[in-house]
Design a protein around this ligand. Structure first.
Ligand code: ADP
Ligand code: MG
Length: 476
């Protein structure tokens, strides 16, 4: 007798479990249920769009292999996305198909080409044809638009340079445009946004986004298959070439060589080149000098860690796009707790949504705290100065602006001293940084504050009790 969907999915889960961490399994696979198996198509139900995208981005290969193993090469996986949460009664199930077959140029297709959910049309990552000479698929992710890229101090220059480039590709001084910054700062997002914007304004232009890794593999294949010239010509045909994570070219002389020729041709013919890197051109190592100097021809713009307001705005945007509501204090808590990296911030939000929908719980501050504890355990979370200040201001019922101001009002001074004391104790920030955050004081003031607080802890029982209480609030 043929197996039912639950049975097959159970078997799939066994395979998956062996291939992912416990935490990932709990977060991303346990909430999935199988809903149907028909004509070798297994339909699984996932709790949200976010959830689906996360699976697509991180586990698509594993899912594909697993389905192939259990259902054979004709096996297919479909997602049914059902939003179930307490804030949005309108559930919107729809399905996404993921074939496991290797036909249709899968080899050349990106591993995870996120989807376009506008008007319900889902772009299937596996039917994007391989690179062809005519009608090049730009490989752009429509979700990574300028609209969805929240502007902040952290990205203003890069964002506006990118926008300028999109108005006049190849026609500004920003050629190449090199966007650099740490992991999860939005480099890939911004580079897509520029491509999308160009495609919108100049539909006839040939735009291509490619990761440097994929470029390298294509290059190696072209050598092996004796199609090196085709490879070079293909890239020289672009009007706009976006290469993501060029630091990956480090030490790969032959690839750099090929890229050098492509670069020269494009640049000479007024075509736009956009590069991203996790290091500034000055810090890039393992590059030929002639290539490095070309990187510096245009503009290098960096992306920095977003400040608190920007982090909140980013969360708000994602929540809005998702069509859900999350209590204010939870959004703030997430933004306060995860301060380094937008990708982690997003991951935390998705994880929270998954937990809530899995356990049919509403999204509360408590749930967020539990989740953050688990979520950031691996990354050794450091409490941020922002968060310490927030807790202290809540405790003393003071507006945070006062704490950050220079005022010497007694009640503010003590709260500020406590904020400095906890920042010194619980973060790795320098005295100067701590002072800067707390009313622009210098390092000596911070030291003095720590001393004063320590003295009071030793001499004043009530004060000590307050300190303990605040400490608890900060750590739980
Ligand atoms: P990088 O390429 O620098 O590692 P990504 O571009 O992949 O980072 O960004 C990581 C995630 O954070 C993406 O999902 C992206 O959409 C999101 N993100 C980054 N910066 C912003 C921003 N300013 N506004 C909205 N989302 C952002
Ligand atoms: Mg990236």
């Amino acid at each position: 007798m043929a197996k039912g969907c639950n049975e097959i999915w159970k078997e799939c889960l066994q395979v998956i479990k062996d291939n992912v961490s416990d935490q990932s399994f709990k977060t991303w696979f346990e909430p999935i249920s199988a809903v149907k198996l028909q004509e070798n198509v297994l339909t699984i139900q996932v709790p949200s769009q976010f959830f689906y995208e996360w699976l697509e981005e991180h586990y698509i290969d594993l899912l594909k292999k697993t389905i192939k193993k259990k259902l054979g090469t004709s096996g297919r996986l479909e997602y049914s996305i059902v939003m179930e949460n307490n804030y949005n009664n309108a559930s919107k199930p729809y399905t996404v198909k993921v074939p496991t077959s290797d036909k249709g140029g899968l080899k050349n297709a990106p591993i995870s080409m996120p989807i376009d959910v506008n008007n319900g049309a889902i772009r299937n990552p596996f039917i994007i044809p391989g690179l062809k000479r005519v009608n090049v698929d730009s490989q752009l992710n429509p979700n990574y638009s300028f609209d969805n890229l929240v502007e902040g101090e952290c990205n203003r220059l890069a964002r506006s340079a990118g926008y300028a480039v999109s108005n006049k590709p190849g026609g500004t001084a920003f050629n190449p445009l090199l966007i650099y910054g740490g992991v999860g700062m939005g480099k890939t997002h911004l580079s897509h946004a520029i491509g999308i914007e160009i495609k919108e304004k100049y539909p006839e232009k040939t735009v291509l986004y490619v990761s440097s890794e994929k470029f390298t593999h294509q290059f190696i294949d072209s050598i092996r298959n004796n199609t090196h010239n085709d490879f070079i010509h293909f890239y020289q045909m672009m009007d706009v070439l976006i290469i993501d994570d060029v630091q990956f070219f480090a030490g790969k002389e032959k690839t750099q060589d090929a890229f050098f020729h492509i670069f020269n041709h494009l640049h000479q013919t007024g075509k736009q080149i956009i590069l991203t890197s996790d290091k500034s051109p000055v810090e890039l190592q393992g590059f030929e000098q002639r290539l490095l100097s070309r990187f510096k021809w245009g503009l290098s713009a960096d992306l920095q860690s977003p400040d608190l307001e920007t982090r909140i705005a980013i969360l708000d945007k994602k929540i809005y796009n998702e069509g859900i509501e999350i209590p204010r204090d939870v959004v703030e808590y997430l933004a306060y707790s995860i301060s380094t990296n937008v990708r982690e911030l997003e991951g935390a939000l998705i994880s929270l949504l998954a937990q809530a929908s899995l356990n049919k719980k509403s999204i509360t501050l408590e749930l967020a705290k539990q989740m953050i504890d688990k979520f950031v355990k691996n990354t050794a979370r450091e409490v941020s100065i922002d968060y310490i200040q927030k807790i202290i201001c809540d405790y003393f019922e003071l507006p945070i602006e006062l704490l950050k101001s220079k005022t010497r009002k007694r009640e503010v001074v003590q709260a500020r001293q406590l904020a400095m004391y906890f920042a010194k104790k619980m973060t790795k920030s320098s005295l100067a940084t701590i002072g800067m955050y707390n009313g622009g004081k210098d390092h000596a003031t911070v030291l003095h504050a720590c001393k004063t607080v320590n003295n009071l802890i030793d001499t004043d029982k009530r004060f000590r009790a307050s300190v303990d209480e605040i400490q608890k609030k900060i750590t739980i």
